[in-house]
Design a protein around this ligand. Structure first.
Ligand code: ADP
Ligand code: ZN
Length: 525
């Protein structure tokens, strides 16, 4: 017996070859296409450039009826439609950029069944006139591009996307495909809920960049650590990301003085300066760009060998995007993150200035995920891809934690001191204060609230502030402490802390990484 799916597979492949001129599907494109042809909903999460469009364009050509593609940006729509028309596909767009005459023309084509794909803006689609028109036609498929715009949790919420939630009840028989490159867990759930997707076929893939080696060092003397790292990149291109313009200038100056061909790039520079820096970098006239996140959009330089984060990025999306600028040519490349606790406090400060409570919650959550990535003791690629919803079967063998697992030590006594100090300050203070008390700091605040009289005052003088921070963060990560995000991040003990405090349990923790380690180069084909 021949599975009818086999026919659909063959048809999908021949469409790919004949219409789009590609020989093979990329991973997972084929399965989702076949399942959409069969009428099942789909949820497609792939990074930009991953090949999402074909996933709905091929079903659009195979299923009968018109496929309605919702897209938020007129410019994007026009590009896609122009490309399709150039390939001989019957596609058009319907949006506010058309003249009345052009608009009527598109509607005529739609009416006469002469379109396979119609791109519309969400507010156009959901207008009563247009919905009435569609009801007489029974579309083949709805493809919702940039589907994360429906989520208030996401970074790009568009109110006009909310109404798309009615499509399911208005057109119960028409499958819906949701497409996005943004992957935060809550956003994914929102998309599926709001669009009322029914058991969608899920594709989450393509986020892995196997040739990038991820590593991290605890930031102690950042410039020195950077130079140590740069020793092995005497001639090759790289980008160093800093949080502020001031830091960018500083680091670029120091590097230039130390003989590197380095240039600064940030939004405060004149456009012509920025343009020439960018061109110099593309031509390899400048080796290193020191930049804020303003640098990199639309830059496609294949031979960037390393990306250093001199400061902590504010979320994993940004980190992923910035590190992704390394190794586009597929050859080995490195991503190094300098991880300092002061950066967390600084970023948290920025986030807390947010007046919108929803935004505050989202951004804090994202920052915490970034910190958790930095503090992870397991394969970094697992954590990174896991954030994007992609699961890998095995450790990657190409990150610091895989190649040089963090060293452990018996931290029982230190952990006990820290936990009892949290208890003594009434579980009512944040990390900075707890460390002050442990280290016996002599500040006015401590004197005023008489915390210099606590039994835990000064019991941790032998340990540096950075090391205490590191230890406390690990206690949080392992669940001995929790941080009340809603109340100034104050520290509290959890149930789990009791046996440790009572001396019934011992605890091993990871030592901080401070030395830049050489990533063993993996062979890549
Ligand atoms: P996305 O929408 O996910 O950002 P696109 O759909 O625009 O990505 O695809 C990115 C590029 O990859 C396009 O140039 C597209 O033609 C190409 N592409 C997609 N699928 C394939 C394939 N199976 N084989 C070769 N190239 C492909
Ligand atoms: Zn790994």
């Amino acid at each position: 017996m021949i599975d009818s799916r086999d026919d659909e597979r063959a048809l999908a492949l021949s469409t790919l070859q004949q219409v789009f001129g590609y020989q093979n599907f990329r991973a997972q494109q084929e399965d989702v296409i076949v399942s959409l042809i069969g009428g099942r909903d789909a949820f497609i999460l792939m990074p930009t450039g991953g090949g999402k469009s074909i996933c709905f364009q091929i079903p659009a050509l195979i299923r009968s009826g018109v496929t309605i593609v919702v897209s938020p940006l007129i410019a994007l729509m026009k590009d896609q439609v122009d490309n399709l028309v150039a390939l001989g596909v019957r596609a058009a767009c319907y949006n506010s950029s058309l003249t009345a005459g052009e608009g009527r023309n598109v509607l005529d084509q739609l009416h006469q069944g002469r379109l396979d794909l119609l791109y519309v803006a969400p507010e156009r689609l959901m207008s009563d006139d247009f919905l009435n028109l569609l009801r007489g036609l029974t579309p083949a498929l709805f493809a919702i591009d940039e589907a994360h715009c429906i989520s208030q949790w996401g970074h790009d919420f568009r109110p006009e996307y909310i109404r798309l939630g009615q499509l399911r009840s208005l057109f119960p028989a028409v499958p819906i495909a949701a497409l996005t490159a943004t992957a935060e867990k809550q956003t994914r759930a929102d998309i599926i809920n709001c669009l009322q997707l029914k058991d969608p076929y899920r594709v989450v893939c393509g986020f892995d960049r196997p040739n990038i080696h991820y590593s991290l060092v605890d930031k102690v003397k950042p410039y020195q650590q950077l130079c140590e790292f740069l020793l092995r990149y005497s001639e090759q291109s790289g980008i160093i990301y800093c949080l502020s313009r001031k830091r960018v200038e500083e680091v670029a100056d120091k590097l230039s003085r130390d003989g590197y061909q380095a240039a600064a790039y940030h939004a405060g520079l004149a456009p012509e300066v920025r343009r020439s820096v960018q061109e110099d970098f593309l031509r390899d006239d400048v080796q290193i760009i020191v930049a804020t996140v303003a640098f990199g959009m639309g830059i496609d330089k294949p031979n960037v060998r390393f990306v250093v984060h001199y400061d902590l990025p504010k979320n994993i999306e940004g980190y992923y995007q910035e590190t992704g600028r390394a190794g586009r040519d597929g050859l080995p490349a490195e991503a190094l993150l300098l991880f300092g606790y002061a950066d967390i406090a600084l970023l948290r400060g920025f986030v807390e200035k947010n007046n919108d409570p929803e935004k505050l919650r989202t951004e804090l959550h994202k920052l915490n995920a970034m910190v958790a990535f930095a503090e992870a003791g397991i394969c970094r690629r697992r954590v990174l891809l896991g954030y994007f919803g992609e699961v890998i079967d095995a450790d990657c063998g190409n990150c610091d934690n895989c190649l040089n697992p963090p060293e452990q030590y018996d931290a029982t006594e230190y952990a006990r001191k820290a936990l009892s100090c949290v208890y003594r300050v009434g579980q009512n203070f944040g990390m900075g204060h707890v460390v002050d008390v442990l280290r016996g700091a002599e500040n006015q605040r401590i004197k005023t609230i008489k915390h210099d009289r606590l039994s835990t005052y000064g019991i941790g003088q032998d340990v540096s502030r950075d090391d205490w921070n590191h230890l406390l963060r690990q206690l949080i990560q392992l669940g001995y402490l929790e941080q009340d995000v809603a109340r100034y991040s104050i520290l509290k003990l959890t149930e789990q802390a009791r046996p440790l405090l009572r001396g019934e349990e011992r605890l091993k923790l990871c030592k901080p990484r401070t030395r830049v380690q050489r990533g063993k180069k993996k062979e890549h084909k």
